[in-house]
Structures are given as structure tokens and as C-alpha cells.
Design a protein around this ligand. Structure first.
Ligand code: GLN
Length: 412
């Protein structure tokens, strides 16, 4: 007879040997279920915490990055049409072919380079799945992965879950630029991957062409994979050009470029993105992807493929969000928050050092509870929780929401 005993309380766990012995004496075979976390240091993601707090306290939610307006009805109609016209069984593993062709066409148009729709482009369940699968495909026990901090919070756990060691390089206030000499020093024979993110979440900074050339130079003649998170590629301001890894031939050879439709088309709940890489790298990715999700929601892929036939649907996004950034910053220009306008993404970081000395997590929570406005504290993305006294605000909101938010920030 085999019995399983579920023990949850810590108090009981202390006495588990005693209980086990006793139960064995009583004549059974017992397995005490005691599981340990694979990520003991990881807490609930800050996005859930702050959005939850905003909801509880009915605060304006500028924390988690998502729009508070609906996406274009033309797009939702196209997805419904796809659903009503038979796109309801599995898509091919790489994704709906028309969508992969539309992606290839977009990349040709914007970056004048090509990925073959047959085997160099894969549609994924949001960019996060692409990122996770790339890491899962290449990172083994003992491999080192260079991550610039602050970093989006999914990178490091994904590296650790695969036995890798994150090597953090902290970007320092006020400019948060990359010290490429330091990167050179941190590269070792164990470096398997470098993760870059431009435009940068949470900072709203962008890599220059010079940054990308440095990255290309540092990784030349190595087997380092570059994971380039470019989910905010269509939100770039003040005439800057997005410096995609695919623009640099030697970098492109070793890179996975990860992109998102959820961000671009205002549907973060649809969980749909993609990644591109040269065939030899994508072949390895597909070995994992096929057993991870196999493929993603088919009618959404077909709807997006049709919608992308009109390039203005993604080309006009920068102007759309720049107007929101400018509105928001203009409204709070006389507040006690200090800022440099975001160069990309739909996030703006605000320095509150002139207001209080409080730890950023405490201040973000207090603002939510007492003032009714939620943001994301930056320290949770930093090395050792370094507190630069900076909060991140999402401006992907209706103009009215931004006005109400600014009214509050001006009183702080
Ligand atoms: N990418 C979004 C942000 O940065 C959040 C994603 C999530 O909630 N996991 O706010």
C-alpha cells in the first residue's frame, strides 16, 4: 500500500521524520510530499503586485504596461473573420505562412534585410515565450549570460531555470548608458549569451548605432548568441532610428530578434509575438518550440497577417505615442518629478529624489494607496535592488487618463 501525505505547515514539516517513522510503524509506505522552489529568490512579479494594488485601491494604473484603450476595430474584425472562415485548427509550427510572409516583408521594408519565411521566422505566444525558448534552447549548466540591469524581469529566472549564471552589468544613473569596456571584461570563455533590449524597458532609452557596432565587434568570432528584445521597435521618438540587431550583418548571424504584436497593436492579452534568426539557429529553437507550444492561436495570426498588409498600421505608432509622451510630460513639467523624455517604449521614468528619500518600492506603494496613482519602482529590476529613486510610468493611456494622472503627480 502506498500513501501520499501532503504536508503544508512548516510546523508539521519540522516533525516530519517523527511522523514518517510513526506511519511506517503503522504498516504503510508513505511518501511525504516536500517540494522546493527552483527559483527560491523569486517573488511574485512586480507587474502583478502593482496592478493588483491599483485595483484594490481604485488607483489610476500607470504601472503594468498595457493600453487602457481598445485596438483598431478593423483588426478585431479581421480576427473574427478568420475565426468564422475556418482558421481554427493548428497553424504550422512556425506560424501561419501569410503572417510569416508579412513579417518578412515588413523587415525588408524597414531594415532592408531578409529572413526566409519558411525557416527563419517563428510566431510565438508573446515575446516572453520567444525569450524563454531561446534561453531554454541554448543555455546549459555553467553557461554565463550577460544581462544589463535594470532588466525586464523574465530574463534572469529563465537563465537560472536552465542552469545558467546571469552576469549582471548595472547601468548607472543618470544616463544609464552601456560601458562597453566593462562588457569586454565580463565576457569569459563561459559566456554563451548576451541579452540586449532596445528600446529599453523600463528606462525608455535606445541603443545608438555605435552601441550596436560595439556589440557586433565584441561578439565577432565567438559563439555567443545575442538575444535582442526589440518588442518596442515601433515606438521610437524624436526622429531616432531603431537599431535592430538585424541591421548589422555579423550581429544578425548570431542573433535572435524578438518582437511583439501585443505591444504594436494594443492587445497585450492576445499573447502573440515572433522571433527571427538565421536558419541554423532557428532549427535548434524549433526543436524546443515544437514541444513547448507547437503553435499559437491561429485565427489571431491570420487576422494580423491581413492587417499588416497596410504598413501604416505599424508605421504610425511612433507618432501616436510621441504625442502621448509629450502630452504627459508637458502636463507634469512643473511638478517636483525630474525627467529626460523617453526615447522609445511607452514608458517614462521619473526621478523623485527632490520629493522624498523613501525606498522606491515603498514610495510606489504609498502613491498607489494614498494618492491613487500606480507606477513601477525601478529597483526591482536592478542589481541588488539599487534604488535610484526612480519610478516608471506607462503612458499608453487615453489622453483623459494621462490628464487625471498628471493632476495627481502635480500635487506630490
Ligand atoms: N511588459 C509589461 C511591462 O513591462 C508587463 C508584462 C507582464 O505583466 N508580465 O509592464
Amino acid at each position: 500500500m502506498a500513501n501520499i501525505l501532503f504536508i503544508k505547515s512548516n510546523k508539521i514539516l519540522i516533525r516530519r521524520t517523527y511522523i514518517q517513522e510513526l506511519l511506517v510503524k503503522l504498516g504503510g509506505r508513505f511518501y511525504l510530499m516536500q517540494h522546493t522552489s527552483k527559483l527560491p529568490d523569486v517573488k511574485t512579479t512586480i507587474f502583478s503586485i502593482m496592478s493588483g494594488l491599483a485595483k484594490t485601491h481604485n488607483a489610476i494604473n500607470l504601472s503594468q504596461g498595457f493600453p487602457d484603450f481598445e485596438s483598431d476595430k478593423t483588426l478585431t474584425d479581421l480576427v473574427c473573420k478568420a475565426m468564422n472562415s475556418g482558421y481554427n485548427q493548428y497553424a504550422p509550427m512556425y506560424g501561419n505562412l501569410e503572417l510569416r510572409q508579412a513579417i518578412a516583408k515588413k523587415i525588408e521594408l524597414l531594415y532592408n534585410t531578409s529572413y526566409h519565411p519558411d525557416n527563419e521566422i517563428t510566431v510565438t505566444a508573446g515575446a516572453t515565450q520567444a525569450i524563454f525558448t531561446v534561453i531554454n534552447t541554448f543555455i546549459r549548466e555553467g553557461d554565463e549570460v550577460i544581462i544589463f540591469k535594470p532588466a525586464y524581469d523574465s530574463y534572469e529566472p529563465a537563465v537560472k531555470l536552465n542552469g545558467g549564471t546571469p552576469i549582471a552589468i548595472q547601468l548607472e544613473a543618470p544616463f544609464f548608458g552601456v560601458d562597453w569596456d566593462l562588457v569586454r571584461q565580463k565576457i569569459s570563455s563561459r559566456t554563451k549569451m548576451i541579452i540586449v533590449n532596445t528600446p529599453h524597458n523600463p528606462l525608455g532609452t535606445v541603443f545608438s548605432k555605435a552601441d550596436m557596432l560595439q556589440l557586433q565587434d565584441l561578439t565577432k568570432n565567438t559563439d555567443i548568441i545575442v538575444l535582442s528584445d526589440e518588442v518596442y521597435e515601433h515606438m521610437i521618438y524624436d526622429g531616432e532610428q531603431h537599431q535592430s540587431a538585424c541591421l548589422f550583418p555579423d550581429l544578425k548571424k548570431r542573433s535572435f530578434v524578438v518582437a511583439s504584436f501585443c505591444k504594436t497593436f494594443h492587445n497585450t492579452g492576445w499573447r502573440i509575438g515572433y522571433c527571427c534568426a538565421p536558419k541554423e539557429l532557428m532549427d535548434l529553437f524549433m526543436q524546443v518550440h515544437q514541444f513547448n507550444v507547437f503553435c499559437v492561436h491561429h485565427p489571431t495570426q491570420k487576422g494580423i497577417a491581413d492587417y499588416m498588409q497596410e504598413p501604416k498600421h505599424y508605421l504610425e505608432l511612433s507618432a501616436f505615442y510621441q504625442q502621448k509622451r509629450d502630452l504627459f510630460l508637458n502636463l507634469i513639467k512643473d511638478s517636483r518629478f525630474k525627467f529626460k523624455p523617453s526615447k522609445g517604449t511607452y514608458f517614462q521614468v521619473l526621478d523623485y529624489s527632490a520629493i522624498t528619500d523613501e525606498y522606491d518600492v515603498d514610495f510606489a506603494k504609498r502613491l498607489t494607496v494614498e494618492s491613487g496613482i500606480a507606477s513601477i519602482p525601478l529597483s526591482v529590476f536592478n542589481t541588488n535592488n539599487i534604488d535610484h529613486k526612480v519610478l516608471r510610468f506607462c503612458f499608453a493611456k487615453k489622453d483623459d487618463t494621462l490628464k487625471r494622472a498628471a493632476d495627481i503627480l502635480n500635487t506630490i
